[in-house]
Write a protein of this length. Sequence first.
Length: 61
Amino acid sequence: MSTVYATECRLTPSAETRPSSIQGIGLFAIERIRQDEVVMRLGGQLINDETLASLAPPYTA
């Protein structure tokens, strides 16, 4: 059985990113977040070392 990974990123409508007084950019709740609510899902694409090495900087193997 193969594993399927999300290809897109998602942020709940209950939160937003904005400048943080602590450091850089922060994640802030703009409404109540339920205990079982998924706040953020990060997606992407799995690649092998050869593909990574062929990418332009700043990505390196």
